[in-house]
Design a protein around this ligand. Sequence first.
Ligand code: SF4
Length: 383
Amino acid sequence: MLATANAPVPLYDLTRAELLGLFGRWGFAPVHGERLWNYLYLQLAGAFSADALPELPAKVRTRLAAEATLGVLPTALETDSSDGFTRKYLLALADRARIETVLMRFTGRVTACLSTQVGCAMGCVFCATGQMGYTRHLTAGEIVAQAVHVARALRQGGGGRGDEIYPPLAAPKATRAGLLTSAATPRLRNIVLMGMGEPLHNYDAVMHAIDILRDPNGLALGAERITLSTVGVVPGILRLAREKRPLHLAVSLHAATQEERAALVPVAKKWPLDELMAACRTYSETTGRRIFYEWTLIDGKNDSPDHARAVGRLLRGLPAQVNLIPLNPTTGYEGAPTHSAAARQFQHILAQEFSLPSTVRQRRGIDIAAGCGQLAVVEPRRA
Ligand code: SF4
């Protein structure tokens, strides 16, 4: 999104071509734009001042200072899970709204979970963000800045190589003051758009941000390492299919009948289950891609063998994987997470009776309210 007249240009909103175009309109040589791009995405700039870019001519720095803004998101609160593998950031936006970004370390990979909206209009009953309601869309720059925030934190924190089990995040704190640039510094390689908000409700900004994140001269995130999760915005799924965007799609299902789904996911009243499944079929047929179907396991609600068989029948013949996610408890919903034995039985039925691959997702960072929207709800004052 480009700035309106007289408003400073948010630099993280711009693709590389847009940045070079801006420099062209300002009458500056492309090489200066390239230097600024490197500053943003290779040096992972954490501050913006004339002193920070001595390689740029004074007239360029003066114009940037007057007419552009970096768009770095200050940390309002940062907290590590007790197991040390999840770090959650509450980031402050220019209008004082707050969003959550989560850094998760799994064996051999680092993943950033990004928000796409302040709050969410979808109202899923078990979700802390849904309980907040919708405030506004994030700009592309605000989405990109979250990824830059995590990439910078990784570089400054150091620790672990891509093929090792990462040490807990809390361990290397002593080194965080320094800027580590060695090959051992873990790099951000995976993005999931599963934080606060419904990405397909903010389609244009999200796709613009993905274009920026994928730039091979910048963060260079591979499309196969970006996963977008939707609760079932049918027009957005069909548009993704038409545009054949090479990212992974996850669809939050949670129930295999319209009645049960509408009770958990109100948006199912607008886009009923049969329409959603038709859109998913179109997506898979058009793109040749399988879809990850997300199923939040809620004790006594949707975790019985009959529920497992219902989802198996629903997905029969579709290229699919089911991700089972024990519920993250929230204060606004009285459900509890499924016990591990029931989760294993659910998974066993999918595999044995339907040859349907599935995973049971690890519940990461429960002690820091790492479920989407929980920190913003739990900690609005402290931040
Ligand atoms: S689960 Fe996702 S889509 Fe549903 S309310 Fe929460 S943020 Fe919105």
